[in-house]
Design a protein around this ligand. Structure first.
Ligand SMILES: [Mg+2]
Length: 439
């Protein structure tokens, strides 16, 4: 009988602040980082499961400590106790009565649980010899519903309704798998839009994005309204009327300020405004949405659990949402969120770009297309072209689309050499004096 022998954790940080990659109005100098988790087994073929929490530098050690706190829930279990009961495995960690005090179901502890849950799904998919999106697509509606925690959801989505949605999607599933493998899934790119870039660099990258086949680009906004008006108009002139431009304020504004600011950007015809205000302000998002209609309003990358998504949908606060593979309690909770979004008819544009996030979230979007909504051409997964070289099974983008992964697992495994090089604070990449302040 195969057993889980270890939960190994690593603090891995990339010094992205040197080039201002990832810079926005709220996060001016991020060092993209991963609190990385490996479930090891005594399987003779070396079966393991990989997961991570994305952070942006300081605090990655805190996140790693939260992963370490979960060891008693993992080590010593049989393989079947983990991958044969992915719902129960997650529920036991979420239900720990002492750790729960640190949330509940939000923040550092919940993100750690999400990474370990994702590592378990990675291991399950590897064991089945399937990429995760396909592993999910091949589960029955009953199996999928059994991994979801419907507590706090039933007033918006009952298990029976979820089952109905999934059963309806059974029709045409085989065809959609073929379609996905042939066509890929639409992507949009944020690569041109970091706030720390010059106008010239932004325009060059916007031009390249359109040439590469992207139909939507996203710019960071929220630092200075005159700069935003200039950059958005320059970008519009560069890409023309047929390429969509979204903007992202990363929580920068009060509700009134958001409304004033966005009215001044109205002539740019925005595809959406992302995170205009606090991610917890459900009614604030609803007020902004009413005030700036028809510009679509969006949030989600910092929405910490399914209960917050439920309220955003119930309040009519958003036109679309981001999901994040490493923010909530893993695949289980993201399935709940995808089903909620399907029920409320809200489109999902998954958040990615942070280290490993593209690799992970593509599987959830593709599973949604095949097994839940049957839709993909009216939505897109975020793409940023950096740090993919550290992953064993990196994303493949062609003509502005994610190609469906075919390698077994959840694509979260990093190269051992990358971990050694960027381990904080002792890896060689961190030995330059420039970064002494981060220590
Ligand atoms: Mg964002």
């Amino acid at each position: 009988m195969v057993k889980i022998t270890a939960l190994d954790t690593y603090d891995v940080r990339f010094p992205t602040s040197r080039e201002l990659d990832g810079s926005d109005a709220m996060n001016p100098d991020p060092d993209y980082s991963a609190a990385y988790a490996v479930l090891r087994t005594d399987d003779p073929h070396g079966l393991a499961g990989y997961g991570l929490v994305f952070t942006i530098g300081r605090g990655n050690d805190v996140q790693k400590a939260a992963l370490d706190a979960l060891r008693p829930y993992v080590v010593g279990l049989s393989l079947d106790e983990v991958i044969g009961d992915l719902g129960g495995f997650a529920a036991r960690m979420i239900g720990d009565s002492q750790l729960r005090w640190l949330g509940p179901e939000k923040g550092v502890m919940h993100m750690a649980i999400g990474a370990v849950v994702n590592a378990a799904w990675d291991m399950a998919a590897r064991h089945a010899g399937k990429p995760l999106w396909r592993f999910i697509a091949d589960m029955t509606p009953e199996q999928l519903v059994s991994v979801i925690d419907f507590r706090y959801l039933a007033d918006a989505l009952s298990p029976d309704e979820a089952l109905q949605l999934l059963r309806t999607a059974e029709r045409g599933k085989a065809q959609r798998i073929e379609q996905l493998l042939a066509e890929g899934y639409p992507a949009y790119t944020t690569s041109p839009g970091w706030l720390g870039y010059s106008d010239e660099k932004m325009l060059r990258l916007a031009r390249e994005a359109v040439a590469d086949g992207f139909r939507t680009i996203k710019l960071k906004v929220g630092h200075n309204v005159e700069d935003d008006i200039r950059r958005c108009r320059l970008a519009r002139a560069e890409v023309g009327p047929d390429v969509a431009i979204a903007v992202d304020a990363n929580q920068r504004w009060d509700v009134h300020r958001a409304i004033e600011w966005l009215r001044r950007l109205a002539d740019v015809k925005l595809a959406w405004i992302e995170e205009p205000t606090s991610p917890d302000d459900v009614l604030g998002h609803a007020a902004i949405r009413r005030a700036i209609a028809p510009t679509p309003v969006s949030t989600g990358e910092h929405t910490h659990n399914r209960v917050m998504f439920k309220q955003l949908f119930q309040a009519g606060a958003v036109d679309l949402v981001q999901i994040d593979a490493a923010r909530v309690g893993g695949v289980n909770e993201n399935l709940a969120i995808l089903l909620l979004a399907a029920k409320f008819g809200v489109r999902v544009f998954p958040h990615a770009g942070g280290v490993g996030l593209c690799e992970l979230v593509q599987h959830l979007a593709m599973a949604d297309f095949v097994a839940i909504t049957g839709k993909k051409e009216d939505r897109a997964i975020e793409f940023v072209d950096h740090l993919h070289e550290h992953f064993v099974d990196p994303v493949t983008i062609r003509d502005g689309r994610y190609l469906a992964p075919t390698t077994p697992g959840f694509s979260a495994q990093m190269f051992d050499a990358s971990i050694a090089e960027f381990r904080f604070p002792d890896g060689p990449a961190w030995q330059e004096p420039l970064h002494a302040l981060n220590a």
